[in-house]
Design a protein. Structure first.
Length: 115
């Protein structure tokens, strides 16, 4: 079965950096686009960044120039490098893969940006 496991979250001060990792199993990782989502308290889950099988990337406007998504197919992993973090980046970050009409999620990793 498909499993996604995120790691790398934690508390960080404004302006700091974190690198999130997600390792997938149960599917042919290199064949799928991967995405990072986040959900802040009281808000809807939103897509943050995505990377295609050819490593083309896309980002929401609020993180452009600060976040970088990448993948390592040999390690079945996708990463989110987050720089210059802001308090509004505080959220639970989830890894996502879509297979047909099914979406798979990890349990998420908490990122808290606060001074």
């Amino acid at each position: 079965q498909v499993q996604l496991v995120e790691s790398g979250g934690g508390p960080v001060q404004p302006g700091g950096s974190l690198r999130l990792s997600c390792t997938g199993s149960g599917f042919i990782f290199s064949n799928y686009e991967m995405s990072w989502y986040r959900q802040a308290p009281g808000k809807k889950r939103e897509v943050v960044a995505a990377i295609t099988t050819g490593s083309n990337t896309g980002y929401i406007d609020s993180v452009k120039g600060r976040f970088t998504i990448s993948r390592d197919n040999a390690k079945n992993s996708v990463y989110l490098q987050m720089n210059n973090l802001k308090p509004e980046d505080t959220a639970v970050y989830y890894c996502n893969v879509a297979e047909g009409d099914r979406n798979y999620w990890g349990l998420g990793t908490q990122v808290t940006v606060s001074s």
